[in-house]
Design a protein around this ligand. Structure first.
Ligand code: ADP
Ligand code: MG
Length: 449
């Protein structure tokens, strides 16, 4: 939200003087605009009797002035200057009712969320938290790769709280917004207002908290926000693309707080869940698809639900522009390839990788940690995660009984490394295309080999 410029404030005050001269008092020159968030212009007066006067007589006048100046709907709210360092509650009910919450997506409700083995715990925890915020799992930390339903679950909790009336004052924001508000508040010397805003909620829901990594001052501020809310048993819900300990440069004290409630991961959905999600999304979008098409799409797109949805939209568009029904033939045309490709197996990955790096499977499954072994081992795990639908546990188990966090770590390491290491990147491209060619079908994508 843009800060209010001093000249804007002068104009707003000027408007009130011109249009409502009878309301104006000498002390109006002392009024201070505090911030403009979510359509609410907060104005500070010297004491509570001034606030009462403003509240009773001038709310509309200031609202009109702000609207005339800024060209959008604005409500004025007044509060008294904080004495002895306490935050003063805004004097209007509109002062802080979650107005800064991001808009919730109406489709992101529990009813539209398909539960499967990969997200069962996260879903159950989300439902429990919505039923009785602040008591069951606090904080609730949900993590998983991009496009696997974290935002959907977070927003479903907010929707459910609204419907069930379990939490009147929930604030849902992205971590980026939190950080930006904080920076803005520091710049404008409005930290008290910032703190009031974030610490007076009943439930704080922050999406993509990994954004806090490497932002030292925001972490410090968030630490105190967290403690204040936690101590008064307010629910805190966070999401991230990795577990607390894996967030780069996150202070230990925050890691331990995030770990102190329930940490639930969302893993890649299995084929059956992906099929159920496609059916659900198709129904929501009134797109008719047959079972064989559902299966084709689910087999084709393994890594990300957002991409599944994208494929469905593509099919719909394809069918409309060609005036044809969505059948298997059309789906194959739209998505490319012959649709008969068999899934890549871990064994194939191992064959290709061990040959490429001249290592033995036994080495990959051993405890050896020399670089010549760890790299191909991590590459195998990375490819297994990218190209097969095996769970993290299965992949970890295959490579010498390692646990799922090892696989997650390997995947992350390689994913980040290939972004900066051109040689590794081209090795991986070669390996992936060798695998695709090996599985027999004419590869539809990345046909570089
Ligand atoms: P994330 O926040 O983890 O990146 P999102 O919550 O934005 O992912 O989900 C991406 C898309 O996938 C959304 O449209 C969401 O509705 C859908 N989605 C993810 N998981 C499920 C699920 N289990 N059931 C139904 N839709 C899902
Ligand atoms: Mg998200």
């Amino acid at each position: 939200m843009p800060a209010l410029l001093a000249s804007d404030w002068d104009d707003i005050l000027g408007y009130v003087r011109t249009h409502h001269p009878d309301l104006v008092r000498g002390w109006f020159t002392e009024l201070e605009p505090m911030d403009l968030f979510g359509g609410i212009l907060r104005i500070r007066a010297r004491n509570s009797s001034q606030v009462r006067y403003l509240q009773d007589h001038c709310r509309l006048a200031f609202g009109e002035g702000a609207q005339a100046k800024l060209g959008k709907l604005v409500t004025a709210a007044f509060e008294a200057n904080a004495e002895n360092g306490e935050f003063t509650k805004p004097t209007t009910a509109l002062g802080f009712d979650g107005a800064t919450s991001l808009q919730l997506n109406d489709d992101y409700v529990f009813e539209n969320f398909v539960v499967g083995p990969g997200n069962r715990l996260a879903h159950a925890a989300a439902v429990a938290v919505a039923e009785s915020p602040g008591t069951t799992y606090n904080p609730l930390f949900i993590h998983g790769d991009v496009g696997l339903g974290k935002t959907h679950l977070l927003q479903a909790i907010c929707h459910a709280c609204n419907v069930q009336g379990t939490c009147a004052n929930a604030l849902y924001i992205s971590c980026e917004t939190f950080v930006n508000h904080f920076i803005e508040a520091v710049e404008r010397g409005a930290l008290k207002q910032f703190r009031y805003r974030y610490r007076e909620v009943d439930m704080l829901v922050i999406d993509d908290i990994q954004f806090l990594g490497e932002r030292e001052r925001s972490q410090e501020e968030f630490f105190h926000t967290f403690n204040t809310l936690y101590q008064s048993q307010k629910q805190i819900i966070l999401s991230a693309d990795c577990s607390p300990a894996e967030i780069p440069s996150l202070e230990n004290r925050l890691v331990s707080r995030f770990n102190s409630g329930l940490v639930a991961s969302i893993d890649m959905p299995c084929l059956e869940t992906r099929m159920a999600i496609i059916r659900k999304k198709a129904r929501l979008r009134c797109i008719e698809v047959s079972e064989d098409v559902v299966k084709l799409v689910a087999e084709r797109i393994e890594s990300n639900i957002r991409d599944l949805e994208g494929a469905l939209i593509k099919l719909d568009a394809f069918s409309q522009t060609r005036g044809r029904q969505i059948d298997l033939e059309l789906a194959q045309e739209a998505l490319g390839g012959d649709g008969q490709q068999r899934a890549i197996t871990v064994q194939q990955i191992v064959d290709v990788v061990t040959r490429y790096f001249s290592v033995r499977l036994a080495d990959l499954q051993s405890k050896k940690r020399t670089k010549s072994i760890t790299l191909p081992r991590q590459v195998c795990m990375y490819l297994a995660r990218e190209l097969t639908s095996h769970s993290l546990e299965e992949v970890g188990g295959f490579f010498g009984g390692r646990d799922h966090t090892t696989v997650l770590h390997a995947h992350r390491t390689i994913k980040q490394a290939r972004e900066v290491d051109a040689q590794l990147n081209s090795q991986l491209t070669d390996l992936a295309s060798a695998l695709r060619n090996q599985r027999g079908g004419q590869s539809s994508r990345g046909a570089s080999g």
